[in-house]
Design a protein around this ligand. Structure first.
Ligand SMILES: O=P(O)(O)O[C@H]1O[C@H](CO)[C@@H](O)[C@H]1O
Ligand SMILES: O=c1cc[nH]c(=O)[nH]1
Length: 288
């Protein structure tokens, strides 16, 4: 079936609509970062850079490090942007732009998020590196897709009961990382975690500046939730969407978090730039 111009949207140069890149512009190993300025912080370590392109918050650099071709792309903030980035990355490798048809033979991408995050457990020190083994999406992205088969409904039901989750909010979904990729990047420098992804930085992460929240106990309920030996470790804004869509589309994804805030101890890193830089160097070293 041919995908129509309103569904698969290509620019005049045949690049994909938002990312503004061509199929040949990306490697099969892709690092995602939230902040467009972080793209250069990653690609400055490449031995060679073959491409720099961008549009809106979606900046892409592709290059080679130690013989391995890598792309780094900024997603901006939130799972709404992740919907765009994951679908367009997949289209770049798995849809033929000339015939507008889905390719018979699929390409699998390795997708590695390098992002920042806030811990909700007291015992997670500032500047920790954390790999999200599990993610719980408090956003609604995955619920728009045929995705029940990749959700962990028992865990979700236990979470909804524990937190007395308001019906006005979307139903939480639990998804997991790609174990093979996690094994490649993990070490004793990385703490494994269970990441909660939410739709905002303030109210949805329990921050109160001037506005009161619907549930002032949200973060303490997240922190006290237990399921077998699992407990929620940290909060950020992309991981559940990346894991959910990557799994549905047949890609491998992991999310690495530089813990800059601890919400339980009310601390924030005094060296955020250095911590993110260390995580970038660590990740590139493991990938190449
Ligand atoms: O540092 P990045 O990758 O943007 O990740 C985290 O930081 C942003 C909020 O400040 C959100 O995108 C959150 O997920
Ligand atoms: O607390 C934090 C820190 C970074 N990013 C988030 O989303 N939350």
């Amino acid at each position: 079936m041919q995908l129509s111009p309103s569904e698969l949207i290509l620019n005049a140069d045949n690049s994909i609509y938002h990312l503004n890149i061509l199929p040949e512009d990306i490697a099969t190993t892709i690092i995602t970062v939230g902040d467009p300025d972080r793209v250069g912080e990653v690609s400055k370590y490449f031995d060679t850079i073959e491409l720099k392109k961008g549009k809106r918050e979606f900046i892409t650099h592709t290059g080679v490090l130690n013989g391995k071709r890598i792309s780094v792309i900024s997603t901006g903030i939130g799972t709404d942007n992740i919907d765009i980035v994951l679908n367009e990355l997949d289209a770049l490798v798995n849809i033929d732009f000339t015939t507008r048809t889905i390719k018979e033979e699929k390409t699998t991408l390795d997708i590695i998020r390098i992002g920042t995050s806030g811990a909700i457990q007291k015992d997670i020190p500032i500047n920790t590196f954390l790999l999200s083994e599990y993610a719980i999406g408090l956003d609604s992205l995955l619920q728009f897709y045929d995705s029940k088969h990749i959700q962990n409904s028992d865990l979700q039901d236990a979470f909804v009961a524990h937190t007395d989750w308001a019906k006005d909010k979307s139903t939480p979904y639990v998804v997991t990382c790609a174990k093979s990729l996690a094994d490649k990047v993990a070490s004793d420098k990385i703490r494994m975690g269970f990441t909660a992804t939410n739709v905002g930085f303030y109210g949805p992460q329990g921050r109160i500046l001037r506005l009161n929240t619907q549930d002032n106990a949200l973060n303490s309920k997240l922190a006290s939730f237990r399921y077998n030996d699992l407990k929620i470790t940290n909060l950020e804004m992309e991981t559940s969407g990346i894991y959910g869509l990557a799994k549905l589309l047949g890609h491998n994804a992991i999310s690495l978090n530089a813990i800059l805030a601890n919400r339980a101890t009310e601390e924030f890193s005094v060296t955020p730039g250095e911590t993110v830089e260390e995580l970038i160097k660590y990740t590139l070293n493991k990938l190449t």
